[in-house]
Design a binder for this molecule. Sequence first.
Ligand code: SAH
Length: 432
Amino acid sequence: MKLRRYHIWTIGCQMNEADSRHLAAQLERLGLEAVAEPVEADLVVLNTCVVRQQAENKIYGKLGSLRKMKQQRPHLVIALMGCLVGVKDNPALRAKYPYVDVFVPPSGVDRLVNHLLTHVPALSDRSAPDSYDLPALERHAVTAFVPAVLGCSHACAYCVIPLRRGAEQSRPAEEVLHEVSELVRQGVREVMLLGQIVDRYGLDRSDGPDLADLLNQVCAIPELLRVRFLTSHPNWMTDKLLDAVASEPKICPQLEVAAQSGNNEVLRRMRRGYTREKYLDLVARIRRRIPDAAIHTDIIVGFPGETEEQYRDSYRLLEEVEFDKVHIAKYSPRPGTTAAQETDDVSEEVKERRRKELDDFQKTIQERKNAALRGCLLEVLVESEQKGRWQGRTPQNKIVFFEGAESGPGRLEQVRIEWTGPFSMIGKMELP
Ligand code: SAH
């Protein structure tokens, strides 16, 4: 049996995207080639997410169509990877999907590669590649996600991630630096360091760098222009970390600090470990030290028992902080979590109304904040060309389009902002 073409279908977080990119590169090192459709592939990998029911439902749809494909082409190799599989052995899952050839835990790229090397005769003379290449489809990537902390040990009541990704584990700094250097060598100019609580980087190790140290080490890589990190938990945002962001120009002033709710009772029941007041103190601390920082957050609406008044506190948090971006999710009960033992008593209609209200409100805030940038000269790292215009981002991660001038992916340009909307801006490039 030959294994020539692969297709990876990725759903979920940036960590999954990073894992899929790494996997694609390893497969290409083994001589496989990417194809756009699963029907053309000899190996199909589903890299999965179960953070909400909606994500899980998409996987079941895909698995159904793969079952039919496998009936028609018995040699098709199907790998199920990521949070649906989890880090613990799951015999029930294996029994439910007998047509899946291999079950791979989150970030288990090496496990999958080793499985292929031992089970596919045509690959039996190969050894596991050790590289962080950019796969063919991402050959011109300017930005890349790089995992820094795997797993999570913080038991938020609603969240299934610790159950699926296992205990928190910081990658050795040398490994992170090696990956970033390899990516930069191939043209990447901006990396986003990832972790469920990325600001806890290094705390699970007795010695070695913390996140501030790691960021500074990453910044020492020549030709890397920018580094970002996500997601931060409010309790671990040290002054040392904020000072690193304030003092090192390559560290972008973009802080992703998940609030989840603006109400103390809900925060307590979510087991987040801070209060609204403590969160607001952190926002003030960030703004004192990094006045131009963009602050992003995550909010869940419709947590069990969330009253209208408690929800209004989340609305008022958006009003008070004026975030640069808010990811709003409707609560979805996840099996095995403590919140799943409570009744999911906020109706879908109410959840949807709250979600939309926050979304619409946040849109007006972004509209206003971006409008204040009209006429400003902003630094843009160009990522791609879209419909004859260059598309890039500011240090605050705002999307900017500009026309005309000779530029190109990977270049830093100065752009005078002429038009702004809630989600993007348009400007003109200025020569230095
Ligand atoms: N570790 C990050 C979040 C990872 S999950 C943190 O500390 O916040 C990404 C987002 O999905 C979360 O921030 C949360 O807003 C949302 N989420 C997680 N579990 C959820 C659930 N059961 N229902 C709805 N949204 C959820």
